[in-house]
Design a protein. Structure first.
Length: 103
């Protein structure tokens, strides 16, 4: 089993970098177009993924991150979600009121 470990690590590294490359926005990819990076990662077994990790993507400092993404908010703290619940409740009360009226 131990003799398969290097192969499994190479496959895991390749899969990780392939998915990382596909999920990276085009404006964060450095030096080459994203399609070329995908081809390099898949064709060059060890070298391609390692080069992607070091040179293919703009990396931020530790604790940084993408600034264009919004922070996740729990539903009970999200004003848009609470407003949608209030609108749904109003629609349901209007429907119930229409059912109670005689025809």
């Amino acid at each position: 089993m131990l003799r398969y470990l290097p192969f499994l690590l190479i496959i895991a590294l390749t899969i990780y970098t392939f998915i990382d490359c596909l999920n990276t926005p085009e404006e964060e990819v450095k030096h080459l177009p994203k399609v070329i990076w995908v081809i390099i990662i898949l064709l060059f077994s060890i070298v391609g993924p390692v080069v992607w990790l070091f040179a293919g993507k703009k990396r931020s400092a530790v604790g940084g991150g993408r600034t264009h993404r919004t922070r996740w908010v729990a539903p009970d703290d999200n004003p848009e979600f609470l407003k949608s619940l209030e609108n749904d409740r109003e629609r349901n009360t209007d429907k119930d009121a229409d059912k109670d009226k005689p025809a």
